[in-house]
Design a protein around this ligand. Structure first.
Ligand code: GLN
Length: 305
């Protein structure tokens, strides 16, 4: 039996030399002030046991990790038709790149780059009812924290600087792949990205992906087995943007990152592990978090291969 607590306590110390090598995201001004040398790590096993170390209980901006959960909501409602509006191939470009979007007539490569997430959100917004509430309620349910919320300062800050995301949305609207109003879409996208969760909450929220849709703490099948398989697969090939290959080589697990510095990784039928370290590498993924996950999977022999 692996002593996860011992491993996490070791990692919190062992990653220290990695501090200062990455850079906190500053293109969303409200994120620039986050203390750079925070580090947290949490593991949630299939039976719902939680192990944690460092700043694992501190809430941070989930940013693109939210794409993982909004995708679940949309798959639950729309099923396989979503793949007519978004692809499932790695893009090889930056998460907010516009390059391929014009070449490929407004169909984003996958749901985890920004244009893909905007299309997914456009689908959610087309449903009757309040999309904000739907996202917040789903995250509250998954994290088992009824007080979870979006940080309005971060959401406003991104909304006021979201020129590239607006451009992506307008380009797709021009090609007919965004149906709703672009400004309304941007508002809810910034709200979704500014949700604040801790490593522990994200590890719990990811559990259905590890359990073939079922999660013991939630006492239900949150998504279907097939949906869990599909989402994990797209995470493995597209979840870490244009460094997905080297991340897979180093860590060996499907994972989703956010520019808030979080990474949520899934070991199917075993556990979830979430790290938070705000300093990012050149691809927008947590520098320290990636190093910590590599240590974790090497030490515990947890990987899909
Ligand atoms: N809100 C961020 C953006 O749209 C999310 C990007 C990310 O976390 N990779 O730029």
């Amino acid at each position: 039996m692996t002593n996860y607590q011992l491993v996490l306590d070791y990692i919190v110390e062992a990653v220290r030399p990695q501090f200062g090598k990455g850079k906190v995201a500053d293109y969303i001004p409200a994120l620039a002030g986050v203390p750079p040398r925070k580090f947290g790590i949490a593991v949630c096993t299939m039976d719902g046991q939680i192990f944690k170390a460092g700043d694992a209980d501190e809430g941070f901006s989930v940013q693109s990790i939210s794409k993982l959960f909004v995708l679940q909501l949309v798959m639950q409602h729309f099923g396989n038709m979503i793949w007519t509006r978004v692809g499932k191939e790695p893009s090889g470009d930056r998460f907010n790149s516009m390059l391929r979007l014009e070449q490929e007539q407004g169909i984003p490569r996958n749901p985890f780059i920004n244009p893909g997430a905007l299309v997914i959100l456009d689908l959610l917004q087309s449903l009757k009812g309040d999309a904000y509430q739907r996202i917040r309620n789903y995250l509250r349910f998954l994290s088992m924290n009824e007080t979870l919320d979006s940080n309005p300062t971060v959401a406003d800050s991104e909304f006021n600087h979201a020129h590239v995301n607006r451009a992506l949305a307008h380009l797709m609207k021009g090609y007919g792949n965004i149906h709703g109003d672009v400004e309304a879409l941007m508002e809810i996208y910034c709200f979704q990205c500014a949700m604040e969760m801790s490593c522990v909450e994200l590890a719990i929220a990811g559990l259905p992906l590890a359990g073939g849709g079922y999660s013991r703490p939630h006492e239900t099948a949150v998504i279907s087995k097939s949906q869990a398989k599909r989402i994990n697969s797209v995470m493995l090939t597209c979840g870490m943007y244009d460094s997905v290959g080297s991340f897979a080589y180093r860590v060996g697990l499907p994972a989703k990152s956010g520019v808030g510095g979080g990474i949520l990784a899934v070991a199917p039928e075993k556990l979830t592990v979430c790290t938070w370290g705000p300093e990012l590498d050149a691809y927008g993924n947590s520098y320290v978090g990636t190093a910590a996950l590599e240590m974790f999977t090497e030490m515990t022999h947890t990987s899909i291969s």
